[in-house]
Design a protein around this ligand. Structure first.
Ligand code: C2O
Length: 517
């Protein structure tokens, strides 16, 4: 095993990802941020220096953090924010997992402003290693012209009437296009320079080579349908879990999900569009200035370096606004593991309720709308053994025994919600529209899909299980930033006895004294 050491500085910088300049929050000035790459078994050490005006924290999305829950990087859950002007060093090993992950700020909605990047773990045990020669990363995200803090403030005010801020454009590996002309001029903050025809991301392919394209939805709100003109996609991985290969032409990907697809460069030398079609049909309010066709270019060696391919949309299937994941029968894990028993079972309702007095629409998990602690974390509270949590803002479910846990997630809302569980993968036993009927609706109990982020359909349900064998305080939340900020987050206090004996570095706790985020 090797130690992978990184030094990062988070700062505010003005860049123009889609042609329009705006202040962004960036790691080492990069957008997306630096690649973290390691082998299974390696230690990852990242020294993060915070040079922005608010507190921050970095989460390693999909890392199990077995035995190092306090390195999970989640403000209010596993740590207090790193104060402005200070540094904190994350330090953890990756003992038992590989695949496509990502890292992002987990303080308020900061990652929407640019604090994210890819996290790739390699292993000689990967079953599809022999099928490809090159690795390519495509991070797809919605993009906004106004800082996310202002958008959240608006969203959580009576003015929004509960409708989410909608993107202005989208980016693939930090680049996109926005039409600076016409009516849309009025929509961006005055004084920010806008240039038409900003360069798109270009991926150089060699004819005959097979690529493993790792697609990461690092956005805050929108889900996408991904395709590459003239090229089939063979899905081999979802969220760090190897899959039996399945061929598609178009791939739906919701916020925080990842897929690896094999792409064989078997076409005529040329330029081809990479398309990430933003699923605007799943938004309440369209943005008239938004072009939902987010593009990049695959350029074969020897092809002219023209900016615009003339390839046509490869997907034969008509565009259908579904706002759901690939079906469970399409995605089958490569390695079978036993399905955990349902030793204990919880029902969790996802809903939005209007606080009448203030006309504010908040997200609720059962009866609780999450607000992050700022000068403490529920992990530290658990370790101190305070016994009870502030139930008005923290729904903490204690799981005292190492057993199987079933969750029935009901979505009472008109939108779909991509739910992520820290430190675990879900075994996805079923999902559907309408109501889940225990004992009537069949569940998949043989080699079901496993992944760390699942979409619960609008007015629908999802049943998942996991093994409660990873001690710590683990967040489970809607990964749409607007929704986690409005309260859609629950926490599982796994094996509290083991939490008591965690050796959490003093420097972590000391950050609580000066916290503000
Ligand atoms: Cu990407 Cu709470 O996570």
């Amino acid at each position: 095993p090797t130690t992978r050491y990184y030094e990062w500085t988070v700062s505010q910088q003005t860049i123009a990802p889609d042609g329009l300049e705006r202040p962004m929050l960036l790691v080492n000035g990069m957008f997306p941020g630096p690649l973290v790459e390691a082998n299974t078994g390696d230690r990852i050490i990242v020294k993060v220096t915070n040079n922005i005006v608010n507190g921050t924290a970095i989460h390693w999305h999909g890392m199990f953090q077995n035995g190092t829950n306090w390195m999970d990087g989640t403000v209010g859950v596993t740590q207090c924010p790193i104060p402005p002007g200070q540094s904190f060093t994350y330090n953890f090993t990756v003992p038992n997992q590989w695949g496509t992950y990502w890292w992002h700020a987990h303080a308020a909605s900061q990652y929407i402003d640019g604090i994210y990047g890819p996290l790739i773990i390699h292993s000689p045990d990967e079953p599809h290693l022999g099928r490809y020669q090159e690795d390519v990363i495509m991070m797809i995200a919605d993009h906004y012209h106004i800082d996310s803090g202002s958008l959240v403030t608006w969203y959580l005010s009576p003015d929004s009437e509960g409708t989410e801020p909608v993107p202005d454009s989208g980016v693939i590996n930090g680049r996109g296009t926005f039409d600076c002309s016409g009516d849309s001029q009025a929509l961006f903050p005055s004084g920010n320079k806008c240039t038409n025809g900003a360069p798109l991301s270009v991926f150089n392919f060699k004819a005959g080579t097979t690529y493993r394209v790792r697609i990461i939805n690092s956005g805050g709100f929108a889900d996408f349908q991904f395709s590459i003109d003239n090229h089939d996609l063979t899905v081999i991985e979802a969220d760090g879990v190897d899959m039996q290969p399945v061929q598609v032409q178009r791939l739906p990907i919701h916020v925080a999900q990842r897929y690896s697809v094999l792409v064989h460069a078997n076409q005529a030398i040329g330029n081809y569009w990479v398309r990430a079609l933003m699923n605007t049909n799943c938004f309440n309010t369209p943005n008239p200035a938004l072009n939902p066709n987010i593009e990049a270019i695959v350029r074969y060696e020897g092809a002219p370096s023209t900016q615009t391919p003339n390839s046509a949309d490869w997907s034969s299937s008509a565009w259908v606004a579904v706002c759901v994941d690939l079906t469970l029968d399409m995605l089958k894990p490569y390695f079978t593991v036993p399905v955990p028993p349902a030793d204990v079972s919880y029902h969790l309702d996802v809903s939005f309720q209007t606080i009448n007095k203030e006309h504010i629409n908040l997200g609720y998990m059962n009866q609780t709308s999450w607000r992050p602690l700022m000068n403490d974390s529920t992990l530290f509270q658990s370790q101190r053994g305070i016994g009870t949590f502030d139930v008005s803002s923290q729904l903490v479910i204690p799981l005292n025994a190492t057993n199987g846990v079933q969750l029935v997630l009901n979505n009472l809302d008109e939108g779909s919600h991509p739910f992520h569980f820290h430190g675990h993968v879900f075994h996805v036993l079923g999902w559907g529209h309408g109501n889940y009927q225990p004992g009537v609706t069949p569940l998949e109990l043989v080699n079901p899909l496993r992944r760390d982020t699942i979409t619960i359909p609008a007015y629908g349900w999802t049943v998942v299980r996991f093994v409660n064998d990873n001690p710590g305080m683990w967040a489970m939340h809607c990964h749409i930033s607007w929704h986690s900020e409005s309260g859609l987050l629950v926490q599982f206090e796994s094996l509290p006895d083991r939490i008591k004996s965690f050796e959490i570095p003093e420097e972590m706790k000391s950050m609580c004294a000066s916290s503000k985020a």
